[in-house]
Write a protein that binds this ligand. Structure first.
Ligand code: NAP
Length: 298
């Protein structure tokens, strides 16, 4: 039996690529006829134009959760399933959100650089506990962040599309959430509904003592407005795992001590990446064996 043809639409970790190469004939770049499966990371793009070049496509398997670059409506119209890797990375992304929050308040990155450069006398940081923490998006990751943050938060608030049966205060929109929070944590998907939802006005509502943490998508934040708000002291700091034009990070952000930067590493642990890889492979194996998929997008 010839191996099915599979198109990689973004870079994927080397162990996943190696495992895929054992099962499929891998292709990259321009599609060839006969592609039956597509695999990409959470930032991968699969638009209508590319889909039209894939008449034999049967399944799309994403190594991640984000699928804002995928034309899900076109897939649905053709009856092509899309699988993600939910749940297995949730705890690690939530840990990173807390780490960024603490690192910004306590100047962990700036002081690390100071000590490495031979310094010792550091400016004071800010107390992290007791803050009002507002989480935008209370899904799998947002909920896991809330569970971690609640014990040391002064108050925990959240915004989602619908109110949840949780002990934390629901705030109906991001403007009110920013207004009532000291720390605004973004944990909602990218896409047209949330594009630049954190703009200059939202940052001003967060205010000069406010801290922004983004582990969601860079597209949620107007990055120019963020740079301006930080430079002008209109917010106090930011912890950022995601950026508008990855892997590019604005030079202005790199120069700021009140900002902690991470290279989109939310799921980058041995444990999450192993489980994510296994889930991508298990979904593809199930599809080609005619069995039910493990984690199709609902
Ligand atoms: P999820 O379970 O689908 O949760 C998404 C949450 O966002 C839900 O609570 C949803 O509200 C809310 N939401 C969606 N659209 C909204 C809107 N327009 N306004 C307000 N709230 C909205 O997803 P997840 O697994 O927690 O992942 C969240 C996002 O994290 C992913 O989409 C991905 O982009 C990002 N992510 C980042 C990394 C990283 O490495 N940094 C890793 C994995 C994922 P309802 O519950 O009311 O529907």
């Amino acid at each position: 039996m010839p191996r099915p043809d599979l198109l990689l639409i973004s870079n994927v970790p080397a162990p996943l690529r190696a495992a895929l190469a054992e099962r499929f004939t891998l292709h990259e770049g321009a599609p060839v006829p006969g592609i039956r499966a597509v695999v990409g990371g959470g930032m991968a793009k699969l638009d209508t134009a590319l889909l039209e070049q894939l008449p034999d496509l049967e399944i799309v398997a994403i190594h991640g959760i984000g699928h804002d670059g995928i034309d899900t409506a076109a897939l649905r119209a053709r009856g092509i399933p899309l699988t993600l890797t939910p749940d297995v990375l949730t705890e690690d992304v939530a840990d990173l959100a807390i780490a960024l929050m603490l690192a910004v308040h306590r100047r962990i990155a700036a002081n690390d650089a100071l000590v490495r450069a031979g310094g010792w006398s550091a400016p004071l940081g800010r107390r992290a506990s007791g803050r009002r923490i507002g989480i935008f998006g209370l899904g799998r990751i947002g909920h896991a962040i809330a569970l971690r943050a609640a014990p040391f938060a002064g108050e925990l608030l959240y915004t989602a599309r619908s109110e949840k049966a949780v002990p934390w205060r629901f705030v109906p929109d991001i403007a009110a959430l920013a207004e009532t929070s000291d720390v605004l944590v973004l944990a909602a998907p990218g896409g047209s509904d949330t594009q630049n939802i954190v703009d200059a006005e939202i940052l001003d509502r967060l205010g000069p003592d406010g801290v922004l943490v983004n582990i969601a998508r860079g597209s949620l934040v107007d990055e120019d407005a963020l740079v301006a708000a930080l430079a002008e002291g209109r917010i106090a700091g930011a912890g950022l795992d995601v950026f508008a034009h990855e892997p590019q990070v604005p030079e202005a952000l790199k120069a700021m001590n009140q900002v902690v930067l991470a290279p989109h590493q939310g799921s980058a642990t041995e444990e999450s990446r192993t489980e994510m890889r296994n889930l991508v492979l298990a979904n593809l194996d199930a599809h080609f064996a005619g069995k039910p998929l493990l984690t199709p997008l609902g």
